[in-house]
Design a protein around this ligand. Structure first.
Ligand code: SPD
Length: 352
């Protein structure tokens, strides 16, 4: 009898140990996002509130993100593709259809922007808008005289002032680079017709004489430190640098610009979907979205957060340009197989 009692007690103690271990065992959420695109304090808060670890990795282009999630042995739970890449990932059956019941903060999103997002994700089935933005030119006032900027055109990139200086960069992004050339010639950024791409190639051949490198990250350090004088840049990234350094300027070129929306998605292969849902919902919380928008300086699709933004963010025309400017901008669309024509133009320019 006594022996039986000891066996039962030992069993109970073992069960207790196993269960308390489970309770405290931390889950890990794998996030893959653009660089400089979240307030790091929010990640810490999320970890604390959910007793979990966040393993956070970054990328600098949709193309790199796609290659990595297809090839990496590490599996990611939450990724932040731009609209055209939401379409690409959904067509490849890589996305989890979102269960709105698990996203209590979804009503915080702006219905107008959700409607726009339907152009790449019909029914908002797989993605939740995260931030939207525009692409322009960042420069150092000490290195680029006001008269060079005055024209406020994409063609500043061809200005003889930059000849033989090796001080100008563009993004390593076919859609952005070829898109800027198309827009500068009055075409839609999504135009893949022969005459549009011929015109874009001619413009790029001229700009390229002044371009030192096509790179999507280095301008964030190199414009402030003077290595680069002017760079094609995402508006929020430029504004983050400008907040630290009043000698920097940024323009949205007068011809118009690319307009993009980045989104949160859960990968079908995620092994942590419940935690992934919690993360999406956490970032959609009005206060968290406000904090994040103020930190990143990108435009938030979260209406509840937008209403609470500091006036200097809300009224900044480089973040929220007037309707008259947005009408000249083009949303980057998924082009299916036609993307090859744009890639070819870009690769040829990079080869010279
Ligand atoms: N550092 C964040 C940059 C986000 C840019 N995303 C959109 C790219 C569209 N080409």
């Amino acid at each position: 009898m006594r022996k039986m009692l000891i066996i039962m007690l030992t069993g109970l103690i073992l069960i207790g140990v196993v269960f308390s271990g489970c309770k405290t065992k931390q889950r890990t959420l794998y996030i893959f996002n653009w660089s400089d695109y979240i307030d790091p304090e929010l990640l810490q808060q999320f970890e604390k509130a959910n007793n979990c670890k966040v393993k956070y990795s970054t990328y600098d282009s949709n193309e790199n993100m796609l290659t990595k999630i297809k090839s990496s042995r590490e599996s990611f739970d939450v990724v932040f593709p731009s609209g055209d890449h939401v379409s690409i990932l959904a067509a490849a059956s890589m996305l989890e259809p979102l269960d709105r019941k698990k996203l209590s903060n979804f009503p915080n999103l702006d219905p107008t922007l959700l409607k726009m997002a339907e152009s790449f994700d019909p029914g908002n089935q797989y993605s939740v808008p995260y931030f939207w933005g525009l692409t322009g030119l960042i420069y150092h006032k000490k290195n680029v005289p006001a008269e060079v900027i005055a024209d406020s055109s994409w063609n500043i990139l061809a200005n003889p002032y930059f000849n033989a200086k090796n001080r100008v960069t563009m993004l390593d992004d076919a859609r952005e680079v070829v898109g800027a050339a198309l827009i500068s010639k009055g075409f839609d950024l999504n135009d893949t017709s022969e005459n549009a791409l011929k015109a874009a190639s001619e413009v790029l051949a001229v700009w390229d004489k002044n371009i030192t490198q096509y790179d999507s990250d280095s301008y964030k350090n190199e414009v402030p430190d003077g290595t680069t004088w002017m760079a094609q840049a995402y508006n929020g990234d430029a504004l983050q640098q400008m907040a630290e350094n009043p000698e920097l300027g940024f323009i949205l070129p007068k011809e118009g610009s690319s307009l993009w929306m980045d989104n949160m998605v859960i990968l079908k292969s995620s092994s942590n979907k419940d935690l992934a849902y919690k993360f999406l919902d956490f970032l959609m919380d009005a206060e968290n979205a406000r904090i994040n928008a103020q930190y990143t300086q990108y435009a938030t699709p979260n209406k509840a957060a937008g209403d609470m933004l500091d006036p200097e963010i809300k009224n900044n025309v480089l973040i929220y340009p007037p309707r008259s400017y947005l009408d000249k901008c083009f949303m980057i669309k998924s082009l299916g197989d036609k993307i090859k024509a744009i890639d070819t133009v870009f690769e040829k320019i990079k080869m010279f």
